[in-house]
Design a protein around this ligand. Structure first.
Ligand SMILES: [Zn+2]
Length: 120
């Protein structure tokens, strides 16, 4: 197995585990605070974890570059906070949201890392 395959498998495992964690966190918080609060906490926790995993990975296996790009879901639910960030590069989004997505509660944005050629 090459290093590229191991890295690809790691990303798949991170993504699958993120989905499992979102469901587990939502179920736990739902029991404690009700469904809306649970969804909010789970969504924000997973988006934060995705971004932190992406930043860690790009620092370990790639290089953070100016071409690292913020993406919204580009649908009717994109908010006024994130819409101007869509398609912006690192220097722009870091000046607005230094830690990356989430920019606000229920943010569904993500970053693509040009040196990794995959989306986190
Ligand atoms: Zn967003």
């Amino acid at each position: 197995m090459t290093n590229d395959h191991r890295r690809d498998n790691s990303f798949l495992l991170i993504t699958l585990r993120s989905c499992q964690i979102r469901v587990e966190v939502a179920a736990l918080v739902k029991r404690l605070f009700g469904s809306t609060r649970a969804e909010l906490v789970a969504a924000d926790a997973v988006t934060t974890a995705q971004t932190q995993a992406g930043e860690w990975t790009v620092n370990q296996y790639g290089t953070p570059t100016e071409n690292d790009t913020w993406h919204t879901r580009a649908d009717e639910r994109v908010c006024p906070i994130c819409e101007p960030l869509d398609g912006t590069t690192r220097s722009v989004w870091v000046s607005e949201v230094p830690s990356g997505p989430p920019a606000h509660p229920f943010c569904r944005c993500s970053i693509t890392y040009s040196s990794l050629e995959i989306q986190i």
